[in-house]
Design a protein around this ligand. Sequence first.
Ligand SMILES: O=C(O)CCC(=O)C(=O)O
Ligand SMILES: [Fe+2]
Length: 403
Amino acid sequence: MPFSQADQREREPSSLAEPTSARGPTTQRRNSHPFLPAISHLARHQHAAPHRVRSFHAAISARPSFNPRGSCTTVADLLPSPRAPLVQRGSSTLTAPAYANQSACDTWHVSSSLPITLRHVSHLALITVSVYENFPLELHDSFFGAAKDLLDLPDETKMRKTGDRPASIGYVPQRPTAPLYESIGIDSPHTIEQVERFTNVMWPQGNDTFSDAVHSFSKRLVEFAEMVTRMVFESYGVNMRLFNTVMESTFYMLRMFKYRTRLANEMSNLGLGSHTDCSFITILHQHHVDGLQIKTKDHRWIDVKPEPSSFIVFAGDALAAWSNDRVRACEHHVIMKENKVRHSTGLFTFIKGLVHVPKELVDDDHPLRYKPFDHFGYFRFFISEEAKKCTAPRIKAYCGIDN
Ligand SMILES: O=C(O)CCC(=O)C(=O)O
Ligand SMILES: [Fe+2]
């Protein structure tokens, strides 16, 4: 989420906040916020039996090769063994390999009510998840139709102030370093009040088609983000009371991106430069036009192909720190290969208050590597000029501990 416009608002009081000074490195173990590995790719899954699950239903596929210590995660390593035992509880089922592009993958079917143990998945860099129930294709299409209407508005309209929360940042116009890219954000898009507030700024006469599409889509996306969060807490054996606290303290920002086509005299096809996100997790959706690439541990860029109802989950910098470097924040960029306008969207999660590495993730082999940090404070640092000069990862510069 490489925002260039600093729109820094005052910090919101946090239910998680504890005085930093009161906590030394060895005592900073409560109130931390876990998260998923590096990347999940959520794809439509045809073989599912939706009637088996009550609510949100997804399938997670992963390639084999599991590193039980999971010290550091990127694509193409630390993936679970197909032989790894999977816990199946509640309405979960384990099915045959189902994801066509990946050989020897296993598929887990999970629902939000499902306490599936994700220990084997939690160090993954790349997993694929099919979301098919509660997330019909029409919803994706109506959402992207709404996003297109929004991003086709005149720049002066898109620049209007719409939010005032700590992590708010509104419209990011095309700029010399990323001339093809523009983006616009909606805070708390799962609440109808916030979506209507935003809509009324953009369309003072109202636009129910827009607000309905965005709200319906975001509500489900937030449910999905919660589900993933829960799975990660469980996978790390972190106290579930902490999960509840974190859920209450999570701030969601939805951003919609548009990449225009190149002009005749423009040589570069770079849509968006290489970066990691400052979020805890990011859930991305590319809709139809590809361009997203992620960097593997061995520094290769690989394509993430769009599928009509597929999502990708990235670990952001905050998750990397929370996990005490077990999970690596996913480096990604956008290369515009097709000569088509590209629309994509991302849900970014932030934790209000201090983020601590949980005690479960600190041991002799994994000494504490991060001080507790204020996530919104990190957001402000992330978009600052100072951060741009950092040679080390920004999160390390902000709150890393040299061991
Ligand atoms: O458009 C995309 O697929 C990625 C956008 C992105 O990475 C970002 O805005 O942080
Ligand atoms: Fe990003």
